[in-house]
Write a protein that binds this ligand. Structure first.
Ligand code: NAD
Length: 459
């Protein structure tokens, strides 16, 4: 099928490349000229394992193109994905201005053929009808521009389209795997024609043709009304964030009573009603999705006169948890003023370059406020020289330089590489061999054997 993906960030580019790989002809549109230039040259503007290679092979096979020209994309696509960002406003609600600009732009370029307009961006509940309205506004504006002054615009007759909500569940760091091996595909629409088109689009993925395990049962396709599909996305993220806040709450109680949260998590996770995923205690959730999606759902509930108490509690537990490593540093080092702390990891999770709402940013800010010098080493940020607007932190190029002169290290991101650093050497370079393991990720016994004072979360 002919597909247009508008917005080539973590979601749009992965979606475009994966759809091209399974045989569709994809045009990706972005209004960032620099990004488009890079992608045309076969370079991915974001880091995602496996993305660059697949993108280059799709370009070579002529399955994917990149442009800043929205009109060309709209004309090309039978299915038009909106995959632009919906960042949080200071009030907690989603900033939908980018979605609005794209929907209006689509309307102003609709060219006669039937189109399925797909909301892949995470948008507030009720946005399906709103997108339809904005697209129609775009159509009307174009028509008004075409009518000679003093004339009367005719009713739009070339605007046959449906809006579908198709929320995205990929995880940064394993986005390609998640796209080819989804747990489910959610389609929100009451139009049988649009649903049929979406099922055709996803058929190779549903049948597991591109899955790692080709013998797995077909992917469940959940068809709902638009609002329910939009709610599935928010409810999924709110549930996962709450589950993490729950185990962090348990970890803090473990700390006080002398239990080990890693053993507790194992014990409760084996209960099939609970499951073991998202039960790793640590410094809390962050990133570009959980914080903004939970806030947006709380805000939506507020709009309808309902106080989402559980979700508000999950957020406040998380805010406190973000700074738990500072409490632990204070317990060990007492005064932090004039000390040097080294952060292992900056990105909000491993295998991504995404720093949006990363816990490291809060740590840097708070430690700096307390008069601590902050250094950091991150396998990706340090190598690529990307600084993501970081300030008040010295980004070191290797772990030994990080350890040199530190009074303590804090493991912030559970990059696999951090399991096997030369901690023996690092301990000799530090003023005090102290390590706060913010993810309960490292081998406590091995580190203690090397002379480290090891402090985990809830252990
Ligand atoms: P992003 O910020 O990485 O990418 C957005 C892209 O849209 C950018 O490249 C930007 O240049 C482009 N853009 C903005 N306005 C545009 C316009 N008018 N025309 C063309 N391009 C435009 O965002 P993302 O992380 O990919 O997230 C996109 C959406 O998907 C968000 O709603 C997000 O909540 C949701 N989502 C994200 C993830 C994730 O892991 N990042 C997972 C699931 C859902």
């Amino acid at each position: 099928m002919r597909v247009c993906v508008i917005g080539t960030g973590y979601v749009g580019l992965v979606t475009g490349v994966c759809l091209a790989h399974i045989g569709h002809h994809v045009i990706c549109v972005d209004n960032n000229e620099e990004k488009v230039k890079l992608m045309k040259a076969g370079q991915s503007p974001i880091f995602e394992p496996g993305l660059s290679d697949l993108m280059q092979s799709c370009i070579q096979e002529g399955q994917i193109e990149f442009t800043t020209d929205l009109g060309a994309g709209v004309t090309h696509g039978e299915v038009l994905f909106i995959a632009v960002g919906t960042p949080p406003l200071p009030t907690g609600e989603s900033d939908t201005r980018y979605v609005e600009a794209v929907a209006r732009g689509i309307g102003s370029h609709l060219d006669g053929g039937y189109k399925v307009i797909v909301n892949k961006s995470t948008v507030p509940i009720g946005s399906g009808d709103w997108v339809r309205m904005i697209v129609m506004d775009g159509v009307a504006e174009r028509q008004a521009a075409m009518v000679p002054s003093g004339g009367v615009a005719t009713a739009p007759n070339d605007t046959e389209f449906d809006v579908v909500s198709n929320p995205e569940f990929l995880r940064e760091g394993s986005a390609m795997f998640d796209t080819f091996n989804p747990d489910r595909i959610v389609l929100g629409s009451t139009s049988p024609r649009a649903i049929a088109a979406m099922k055709e689009l996803y058929a190779p993925i549903v049948s597991r043709q591109f899955a790692n395990d080709k013998s797995a049962p077909t992917v469940p396709v959940v068809v709902t009304d638009i609002s329910s599909a939009e709610m599935v996305k928010y409810a999924s993220n709110a549930f996962l964030a709450t589950k993490i806040s729950f185990i962090n709450e348990v970890a803090n109680i473990c700390d006080r009573v002398g239990a080990d949260v890693t053993q507790v998590a194992k014990g409760i996770g084996l209960d099939s009603r609970i499951g073991s995923k998202f039960l790793q205690a640590g410094i809390g959730w962050g990133g570009s999705c959980f914080p903004k999606d939970v806030s947006a759902l709380i805000h939506t509930a507020d709009d309808y006169g309902y106080e989402a108490q559980l979700l508000k509690a999950a957020v406040s537990v998380n805010q406190r948890q973000r700074l738990i490593t500072i409490e632990k540093l204070q317990q060990v080092l007492k005064i932090l003023k004039g000390k040097t702390v080294g952060l292992l990891g900056l990105t909000f999770k491993p295998d991504t370059d995404d720093m949006r709402d990363a816990p490291a940013l809060d740590l840097i800010e708070q430690l700096t406020r307390l008069g601590t010098k902050v250094k950091a080493y991150d396998p990706l940020v340090s190598q690529t020289g990307m600084r993501h607007g970081l300030s008040n932190v010295i980004v070191e190029t290797d772990p030994e330089r990080l350890a040199d002169g530190c009074d303590a290290l804090v493991l912030v991101t559970d990059w696999e590489q951090f399991r096997t650093l030369d901690y023996a050497k690092m301990s000799t370079l530090m003023n005090h061999p102290v390590i706060i393991d913010g993810r309960n990720f490292l081998d406590q016994a091995a580190l203690e054997g090397l002379g480290f004072r090891y402090v985990g979360i809830g252990r």
